[in-house]
Design a protein. Structure first.
Length: 266
């Protein structure tokens, strides 16, 4: 599905079904350097079970035009503009990593536009190692290798994909390598500059789910638990032996957690 937002072309996958704004809407927001393809299972499942799904490509990611956005606040405004363009008044937001930060801040900023939150691979702060920040600016290929090495639990690096024949780390490295216009550098800088976790979490009133990997070294589960404690009534699902990329490492368990929280639809 192609939309026009702020005069730029924006792509959003709809789970292989026509998007119907009259149905309950669910919006999937990817993490730094990624795109809509990381949501294939979840977006398709929801699109075929009574929801209208949008798995967006942030500016300069995937099939969306650039330039990349420079701050989390700008990304929140962009998500709301995407919803407007799709004629969606209110949606459940599902975000991973940087996308989870965007979802959280959007709900805090515009609570009337958000029906629920699922925050995957997130923590109470999102600091980025200086070496990675520098590599993303000056040596992107090295940054892609660093992130691929850190994003997956050890088991995921030697196989174990639920779909036989797929290579999780290789696929992630290829996806990061598709980045353009210094999008990864902009994403990581925005995450590093994020400082409003506590006040934004305290403002959340909608049903909220945290999905955390207990072997995540990018956003450690204990830091995710810290953030969850600040959100009233939040529930937490911890995935054993899972790293940062739970949509690839534990796709079925991740989907089950969302369905248990937000319902299966029709």
């Amino acid at each position: 599905m192609l939309l026009t937002v702020n005069g730029k072309a924006v792509y959003a996958a709809t789970g292989a079904r026509d998007f119907d704004p009259s149905k309950p809407a669910i919006v999937f927001i990817h993490g730094a350097g990624l795109d809509h393809t990381c949501w294939q299972l979840l977006s398709r499942w929801y699109a075929w079970h009574g929801w209208s799904a949008l798995a967006v490509d942030l500016p300069a990611h995937g099939r969306s035009e650039g330039p990349p956005l420079e701050s989390i606040d700008a990304m929140c405004d962009w998500v709301l503009a995407v919803m407007d363009a799709a004629k969606v008044r209110q949606a459940t937001l599902v975000g991973h990593s940087m996308g989870a930060v965007i979802a959280l801040e959007t709900a805090a900023k515009s609570p009337d536009r958000v029906a629920g939150l699922a925050l995957l691979g997130v923590s109470s702060a999102m600091p980025v190692h200086p070496m990675l920040l520098t590599a993303a600016k000056e040596e992107p290929e090295r940054a892609y290798d660093m992130m691929t090495g850190w994003c997956f639990a050890n088991a995921a690096k030697i196989g174990g994909n639920t779909a036989p024949g797929l290579w999780m780390t290789g696929g992630a490295r290829a996806l990061l390598g598709r980045g353009r216009e210094h999008a990864l550098a902009a994403d990581l800088a925005a995450c590093n500059a994020w400082t409003t976790a506590a006040q934004s979490a305290a403002a959340i009133t909608v049903p909220t789910l945290f999905v955390l990997g207990d072997s995540d070294v990018m956003t450690p589960a204990r830091k995710g638990q810290e953030l969850a404690k600040l959100v009233r009534g939040a529930s937490v699902v911890a995935l054993t032996g899972c790293g940062h990329m739970m949509m690839q490492e534990r796709p079925d368990a991740t989907l089950d957690a969302l369905v248990a929280k937000f319902g299966a639809g029709a």
